[in-house]
Design a protein around this ligand. Structure first.
Ligand code: URA
Length: 432
């Protein structure tokens, strides 16, 4: 087969068959198809789409590129959660230890930052010495010991997603239903789960801003997931404005630790508890959402979820002292307050714009080899619906680069202030 012919075939809106998808993925991994050819194919898929068969074959191909975790005696309790990507979305880090404490095993294979969104793995790597690139054998051992582990794709585990995910991040080829489906489900199936709860982000800061397309993605995730024998539940959540109060790698870990200590931001709590409730119901541990919420709250109030998070850091070789000493994360050289120019009510905080602006101070990547500045980020002091006075501080930007002033100006423009009262809305939009 000739890769150029296959790129042209997809460019001309034709269906690829199973052997062609196999060829393209395996030869890319064998270095016989170049990065630019894969980039062209990804763009053709993004523009022209794939049908159910192609999406299923692509997912199977990603999965077959590596090994799969095997756990015995699962009893329906190996459940994971995955987000389609957001800004300030640190839910995986908070949710996994709580779920584990409630009796769910969470073998989590996560991703790095993608486009304007942050990634769980980059956030976790802001914890000194924490390892996320570990062997499948060690991953399984840690899950059995502590009921959860969070690791990255690797040469051994979904290598196809590891390479293609990083390439999509820098080639504008994220927003494709088929590519997102294959990327998410291959990681999740490889991790040995029985069921998956998807946090499908919709709105300004999501890859899929509009509900109509989001529903198509949900249908794709559910139908392909079911064909692999996995239960899939989808929650649509609003991603117009950042989730919680912090955006940026170490800032988000600190916010996650605070959450596990019982200091919640309302929107973060709402989405985290809703996803956890679905996981607990799927695992058959509780029947109602009220029961789930009581159970979740107990694990936080008792300190048990925080303890389990500390154990996770220890098992993945990180420095557990970060839990009580945030100075270990280090601090950016500079910070700048972003000030309101008028009084009123916050009507918009555009999370997509914030995500892109933060990449300019190295909180995310422009090219695959970029090094992340873990201390760079934004602390919000006001949320949508909050009242604000003229000259009050809206947010604080942390940075080490010399373009911080320009980025702060860009971020200021993401806030819109209305003279009218703005209603605070629920983040949960719909459930599938
Ligand atoms: N999360 C993933 O793992 N992959 C995507 O393509 C998008 C979100």
């Amino acid at each position: 087969m000739n890769p150029v012919e296959l790129i042209i075939k997809k460019r001309e809106k034709n269906k690829l068959d199973k052997s062609e998808i196999h060829f393209f993925v395996t030869e890319y991994l064998n270095e016989n198809i170049s990065e630019y050819q894969m980039s062209a194919m990804l763009m053709a898929i993004l523009l022209n789409g794939m049908d159910f068969d192609e999406t299923f074959w692509l997912t199977a191909e990603y999965l077959a590129s590596g090994k799969q975790a095997i756990f015995k005696n699962k009893n329906g309790k190996f459940i994971d959660k995955h987000s389609t990507g957001g800004v300030g979305d640190k839910i995986s880090i908070i949710l996994a230890p709580i779920a584990a404490e409630c009796g769910i095993s969470v073998p989590m294979i996560s991703g790095r930052g993608l486009g304007h969104t942050g990634g769980t793995l980059d956030k976790l790597e802001s914890i000194p010495d924490l390892q996320i690139d570990i062997s499948l054998k060690k991953f399984q051992e840690i899950v059995l010991k502590n009921r959860f582990a969070i690791i990255s794709q690797s040469k051994e585990i979904v290598p196809a997603d590891k390479r293609i995910y990083a390439l999509r991040d820098v080639t504008g080829t994220i927003k494709s239903i088929s590519l997102i489906t294959a990327s998410i489900l291959s990681k999740k199936i490889a991790s040995g789960i029985e069921g998956l709860v998807v946090d499908l982000k919709v709105g300004k800061g999501a890859f899929i801003p509009e509900m109509k397309t989001a529903k198509k993605l949900a249908e794709s995730l559910i139908s392909v997931g079911n064909k692999f024998g996995k239960k899939v539940k989808v929650l649509f959540t609003n991603m117009d404005s950042p989730l919680g109060m912090c955006v940026g790698n170490s800032l988000e870990i600190i916010e996650s630790i605070e959450f596990l200590k019982g200091n919640f931001q309302e929107d973060l709590k709402e989405v985290t508890f809703a996803l956890l409730s679905e996981m607990l119901i799927m695992a058959g541990i509780v029947i109602t959402k009220i029961e789930a919420e009581n159970m979740i709250m107990k694990t936080i109030k008792s300190g048990a979820a925080l303890k389990r998070f500390a154990k996770f850091i220890e098992l993945q070789n990180g420095n557990q002292d970060v839990i009580y000493d945030y100075s270990i994360f280090g601090k950016s050289k500079y910070s700048k307050n972003i000030i309101a120019e008028k009084s009123g009510f916050i009507s918009t905080i555009n999370s997509r714009e914030i995500g892109w602006a933060l990449i300019d101070i190295n909180a995310g990547r422009r090219i695959i080899t970029n090094k992340i500045d873990y201390t760079a980020g934004l602390k919000l002091f006001k949320k949508v619906g909050d009242k604000i006075a003229k000259n009050e501080v809206l947010a604080e930007l942390f940075f080490n680069k010399d373009n911080g002033e320009i980025v702060a100006e860009r971020i200021k423009k993401t806030f819109q202030i209305s003279n009218e009262i703005v209603e605070k809305k629920t983040r949960i939009l719909e459930c599938y």
